[in-house]
Each structure stands twice: as structure tokens, then as C-alpha cells.
Design a protein around this ligand. Structure first.
Ligand code: 5AD
Ligand code: SF4
Length: 345
């Protein structure tokens, strides 16, 4: 056995790897199948064969930020902006419930229109439906996060995007790496289930930097990790850059599963966007969550964080039918519970 294979096999049991081991595994594509297989085994052992479906509602694409990779950045004047009303959001949450989804994920740009009171009203109202609620609405103050938690929100997604501070600062004009970390720590302190994650294949991002991202997820003791390849988006400063690959994203995901064996990991839309069966490959390489989009057709087309987003040509109903079939064809089942992080280590 090569050293790399024995590191992977050992991590399957110890759930630990050094920065240099992770970097070497990321660099060497001859061990990919062994890595994916190990991550699949760890997934099965710790979180089982159930796949959790979370209904995604993209309720506003208005954003005050200027992330250099994202089509919804403030300076992209070609983006067609929308903001749902309270009633529209609640209607979609009910639709998610009717589909049998036990969790709703509310995602938006950093849209100041949805102030604390408006957000709390939405949260309270969705919680009366008996759903778990995840927020993905960006950087806020401790007080805001506390208000969301008090109103009943269960989980919060905020990707660190990259732990390379220099790269982070270059890609996020007028944002700060320290504030991002502060947000994640506040969310942990407040008792949210916290999701973070990174982009894979950003310009000038090294394998060593990705290894550090993975170790950061472990140090934060994240409950969920969402990651995907960077996909260059027109009308952004990175439009002419090379994008990330599906394989590298799957490798980062599989390594994350080895190190954080019992967390929830979605098979992300960006993975499916690069390859038609990307999500299925992810489910066989460590992932145990899928987030079907329930946003209505008109808005969904406008939530263009990157081009060619998978699922734009299917209705929510069609998508549900096809993903359930695919999941079952893998011998996996659709979970009937809320899918909270069951800590088992
Ligand atoms: N390619 C891939 N993912 C992107 N995101 C934003 N823009 C892109 C892009 N061009 C991701 C970010 C963000 C999440 C909501 O979408 O990681 O956290
Ligand atoms: Fe706004 Fe999120 Fe896009 Fe950044 S990644 S510009 S915060 S929508």
C-alpha cells in the first residue's frame, strides 16, 4: 500500500489527517476512487443510508456585497433583481411542506430591506408550520443572530469561502475575514447548527489552502459543510478565470467526510452544474443531503450566482420526482425526520 492509501484507510478510523497528508491526497489523482469509497463507508457508518431533503427558497437576490465571483454582486447592474413578499415566502414554505420536506432553507443576498423585525416575522410564521428552518442570509450582528434564534431559527449557513486571508480580502471588497469568523463564532455561541464551506478552484487557491479549509471546518466543529466548484460568472471580475473541477470539489468533500464523520453534507447544485450526475456522484462520495429548489420559476431564473445553474429547466415537482427516484436507485432512502446533526463521536 502506498503511504497515501494507508493515510486514507487510517483516517477512515481515526478521522484525523495532517495538513500535509490532505495536501498530498488532493494532489494525487491515483487515489481518488479509494478516497471516495472510504468517504462513502464513513457516511454509511455514521449517518446511515437516509438522505435529507431541504426545500430551498431564494427569497431575494438583492445584495449589498460585491463578492468577485458572484453574479448577484452589487455592481452587476445586468442582474434582474427581485424580492419576494412575506406572503410569497410563506406560500413557498407551505409548498415545501406539501412536498414532504422537513426543513426549509431561506437564502438571499445581503438585502437590508429584510430587517430584524421582518426576518423574525418570517421565521416565526414558518416555524408554526412545524418545519426546521435554516437561514442563509449573510453577515449580521450578534443581536440579529440572537433575535433569529429566539424567533425559532434552527440552523445557519455561512460559508467561509476560503481560509486564505489574503485571497479572502481580494475576493471580498469592503468585507473582512475577521468579521466572517466573528459571525461563525457568534452563531456557534448562540446554539445554531452551523454550516460553513468553501469554493473549490478559486484563482490562485492552492491544494495546501484547501487542506487548511478542511482543517478549519474541523476546528470550528461545524454541523454542516457545503462546498462546490467555483464557476466563472459573466459580468463579474472573475469572468475570464479558470473554474474549479468537479473531481477536486468531490475530493475536498470526501476528505471533509473522513474528518467530520457525523455531520450533514449536501450534494450541491454547483456539482450538478458541472456534470449531469454530479449530485449522484457526491451522494456516493460522502454527501447525505440534497437541497431541492422550491423557488418559483420566474425568480429561480434570476438567482444567477453563476451561469447554467442545474435545475432551471425543471419545476419543483419534476425535480422532486426525479431526485427521489435517483436516490432510491442508489439503495438509499428519503429521511422522514428533521435531519438534525446527530453527534456520534
Ligand atoms: N461559483 C460557484 N459558487 C458560487 N457561489 C457564489 N458565486 C459562485 C460561483 N460563481 C457560492 C458561494 C456562496 C453560495 C451561496 O454560492 O460559496 O456562499
Ligand atoms: Fe451577495 Fe452572497 Fe453573492 Fe456575495 S455570494 S455577492 S453575499 S449573494
Amino acid at each position: 500500500m502506498t503511504d497515501l492509501i494507508s493515510s486514507i484507510k487510517q483516517a477512515e478510523i481515526t478521522h484525523s489527517l495532517t495538513e500535509s497528508e490532505i495536501t498530498s491526497i488532493l494532489k494525487d489523482d491515483t487515489v481518488n476512487e479509494i478516497l471516495f469509497d472510504s468517504a462513502d463507508k464513513v457516511r454509511k457508518k455514521y449517518v446511515g443510508n437516509e438522505v435529507h431533503l431541504r426545500g430551498l427558497i431564494e427569497f431575494s437576490n438583492i445584495c449589498r456585497c460585491n463578492c468577485c465571483y458572484c453574479g448577484l454582486r452589487k455592481d452587476n447592474s445586468t442582474a434582474q433583481r427581485y424580492r419576494m413578499t412575506f406572503d410569497e415566502i410563506i406560500l413557498l414554505a407551505k409548498k415545501a411542506k406539501d412536498f414532504g420536506y422537513k426543513t426549509v432553507v431561506l437564502q438571499s443576498g445581503e438585502d437590508a430591506f429584510f430587517d430584524t423585525d421582518k426576518m423574525c416575522k418570517v421565521i416565526t410564521s414558518i416555524k408554526t408550520l412545524g418545519l426546521a428552518l435554516t437561514l442563509s442570509i449573510g453577515e449580521k450582528s450578534y443581536e440579529d443572530y440572537k433575535a433569529y434564534k429566539d424567533a425559532g431559527a434552527d440552523r445557519y449557513l455561512l460559508r467561509i469561502e476560503t481560509t486564505d486571508k489574503n485571497l479572502y480580502q481580494k475576493l471580498h471588497p469592503s468585507m473582512s475575514f475577521e468579521n466572517r469568523i466573528r459571525c461563525l463564532n457568534d452563531l456557534k455561541t448562540l446554539g445554531f447548527e452551523v454550516g460553513t464551506g468553501c469554493l473549490v478552484g478559486l484563482p490562485a487557491q492552492s491544494d495546501k489552502s484547501l487542506a487548511r479549509d478542511i482543517l478549519f471546518f474541523k476546528k470550528l466543529d461545524a454541523d454542516m459543510i457545503g462546498l462546490g466548484p467555483f464557476i466563472p460568472c459573466p459580468k463579474t471580475p472573475l469572468q475570464n478565470e479558470k473554474g474549479g473541477t468537479l473531481i477536486k470539489a468531490l475530493k475536498v468533500m470526501a476528505l471533509t467526510r473522513l474528518l467530520l464523520p457525523d455531520i450533514n453534507i449536501p450534494a450541491t447544485t454547483a456539482m450538478e452544474t458541472l456534470q449531469e450526475n454530479g449530485r449522484l456522484l457526491a451522494l456516493q462520495s460522502g454527501a447525505n443531503v440534497v437541497m431541492p429548489n422550491v423557488t418559483d420559476e420566474e425568480c429561480k431564473q434570476k438567482y444567477t450566482i453563476y451561469p447554467g445553474k442545474a435545475g432551471l429547466n425543471n419545476t419543483a415537482q419534476e425535480y422532486k420526482n426525479s431526485i427521489v427516484k435517483k436516490i432510491e436507485s442508489l439503495g438509499r432512502t428519503i429521511s422522514q425526520d428533521y435531519g438534525f446533526h446527530k453527534k456520534r463521536v
